[in-house]
Design a protein. Structure first.
Length: 121
């Protein structure tokens, strides 16, 4: 469980950077992890980046309904903890930004992702 939480936190930090608001003092987020984990992620982001994340817990359904209603002018800078149908919809509609780490340069071929087009962005 600790590994899953770490992966979520790492994803959150990358999402903050990719949201285009990394220079902002605060951002809005739709977060559907759990109330307790949302607080942990918000505190982690604040500690590591200085960015305040404004959020409250929402179910996957609430997040999906908001995104559909607001598209393409979202009130959130970041979504964390959504259902996979929303992730695929975001890719299809061009609402998401893929993260491509500079650390992957020079990684051996066995670890390279060759089919980026079919990945969820």
């Amino acid at each position: 469980m600790k590994a899953k939480f770490s992966a979520v936190v790492i994803t959150a930090v990358f999402s903050v950077v990719l949201a285009g608001s990394a220079m902002a003092e605060d951002i809005n987020a739709y977060m559907g992890l759990s109330p307790e984990n949302n607080v942990k992620v918000v505190n982690f982001i604040k500690e590591k980046t200085g960015i305040t994340v404004k959020q409250n817990f929402q179910s996957f359904g609430e997040i999906e309904a908001k995104v559909k209603a607001e598209a393409p002018n979202f009130n959130a800078d970041m979504i964390l903890g959504c259902g996979s149908p929303l992730a695929f919809m975001a890719k299809k509609n061009g609402w998401s930004v893929p993260y491509v780490s500079g650390n992957w340069k020079g990684v051996t071929d066995v670890f390279q992702i060759t089919d980026r087009e079919n990945q969820v962005k």
